[in-house]
Design a protein around this ligand. Structure first.
Ligand code: NAP
Length: 283
C-alpha cells in the first residue's frame, strides 16, 4: 500500500523502531526528532505536516516519566493530552490518518483479570490521566484514527526494563522484583508489525496492542535473567516494598483478543517477543 508516514517522537524506543522498519520496507518516511518537531508547538507541527504532507502520522512522542509526572503535572498534560489534541485537530482538518499510543495505566487494576476495550478507564496517577485525556482527544477529534493501548514496552535503547535489569545485575547479587505487579511485556518490533497490519486492514478506533499472555515483573525478570545467564538471584517481593510518588495499578494486563480477531491473526507471546528482541539487539 502506498502510504507516506510522519513519525513524531522518532528518538524514542517505538519511534526508532518505526523509522528503522519503514526504511527497510522502502516506505516514504519522515522521522523528525523533538528539536525539529516539538509536538507542544502548534506552529512547529503544522509547518512540518504541511511540508511533508503525509498520509499517516504515527505519534510515538510522549511524556513517560510516571513518577516525575506527579510533580510535573502541567508538562505531562501538555505533551500527553494538549499536544495530542492539537495533532488530532490538524489531522482532522487535513484528513490525515492518525495512529496514537496509550497505556494500560488508564486502568486502576481493580478488575483482577485482563482488561478489554469495553472496560471503563480509571487512572490512578497523573501520567495515566494525561494519557487518558490524549486518547479521548484523538477519538473525539473526527480525524481518521487508531488508538492503540500498549504496556511495558521494550525496544532498542536504555530506558526499558531489560536494559535496567542488565545494569542492576552488574551491581547486585540479589535483585528484588515485584511479583504482584502484572502486565504484558510488549516489544517495539511487534508494535510496529501489528500497527502496520491494522493500517493495512483499514482498522480505526480503540484497540489493545500488546504481546500475548501476561507476567509479573518478577516472572519477566526471571525469564530474561535465565536467557542471558545473568549471575544475580531474582527474588519475588510485593510492590508495597517500593513506595513511589505515583500510585501504580497492580494488575493492568490487557487482552489483545479484540485486535487479534479484527486482524484474523495471532499476536506472539511476550516470551517469543523477548527471544526475538535478544537476537535482534544482542545485549
Ligand atoms: N515505555 C513503556 O513502557 C510504555 C508503556 C505503555 C504505553 N507506552 C506508550 O507507548 C508510546 C511509545 O513509548 P516509548 O517507550 O517509545 O517512549 P519513549 O522511548 O519515552 O519515547 C518518547 C519520545 O517522545 C519524545 N518527546 C517528548 N516530548 C516531546 C515533544 N514535546 N515533542 C516531540 N517529541 C517529544 C521523547 O524525546 P526525548 O528523548 O527528547 O525525551 C522521546 O524520544 C508512548 O505513547 C507511550 O506513552 C509506553
Amino acid at each position: 500500500m502506498n502510504r507516506s508516514y510522519l513519525i513524531l517522537g522518532a528518538n524514542g524506543q517505538l519511534g526508532k523502531q518505526f523509522a528503522r522498519d519503514l526504511h527497510t520496507h522502502g516506505a516514504a518516511v519522515t522521522a523528525p526528532n523533538e528539536k525539529d518537531c516539538d509536538i507542544t508547538s502548534a506552529d512547529s507541527l503544522s509547518s512540518v505536516i504541511d511540508a511533508v504532507r503525509p498520509s499517516v502520522i504515527v505519534n510515538c512522542a510522549a511524556y513517560n516519566a510516571v513518577d516525575l509526572a506527579e510533580q510535573q503535572q502541567e508538562t505531562a498534560m501538555r505533551i500527553n493530552a494538549e499536544a495530542v489534541s492539537t495533532i488530532a485537530g490538524l489531522c482532522a482538518e487535513r484528513k490525515i490518518m492518525l495512529v496514537h499510543y496509550s497505556t494500560d495505566y488508564v486502568f486502576d487494576g481493580a478488575k483482577g483479570t485482563l482488561y478489554t476495550e469495553e472496560d471503563a478507564p480509571h487512572p490512578l496517577n497523573v501520567y495515566g490521566r494525561s494519557k487518558h485525556q490524549g486518547e479521548r482527544a484523538v477519538l473525539d477529534s473526527g480525524a481518521p484514527s487508531l488508538v492503540l493501548r500498549t504496556s511495558w514496552v521494550f525496544g532498542n535503547g536504555t530506558q526499558n526494563f531489560i536494559h535496567k535489569l542488565l545494569q542492576w545485575s552488574q551491581k547486585n547479587p540479589v535483585l528484588k522484583l515485584t511479583a504482584d505487579e502484572v502486565s504484558v511485556p510488549t516489544s517495539t518490533i511487534d508494535l510496529v508489525t501489528y500497527t502496520l497490519l491494522a493500517l493495512d486492514g483499514g482498522l480505526t478506533g480503540l484497540y489493545h496492542l500488546t504481546n500475548s499472555d501476561h507476567a509479573s515483573r518478577y516472572e519477566w525478570g526471571r525469564y530474561v535473567a535465565r536467557k542471558l545467564s545473568l549471575p544475580s538471584t531474582i527474588v519475588p517481593v510485593p510492590m508495597s516494598m517500593f513506595p513511589s510518588p505515583a500510585q501504580r495499578p497492580l494488575f493492568s494486563a490487557m487482552s489483545n483478543n479484540g485486535l487479534q480477531k479484527a486482524l484474523g491473526k495471532d499476536i506472539p507471546d511476550w516470551r517469543d517477543a523477548v527471544d526475538r528482541f535478544l537476537l535482534e539487539y544482542p545485549v
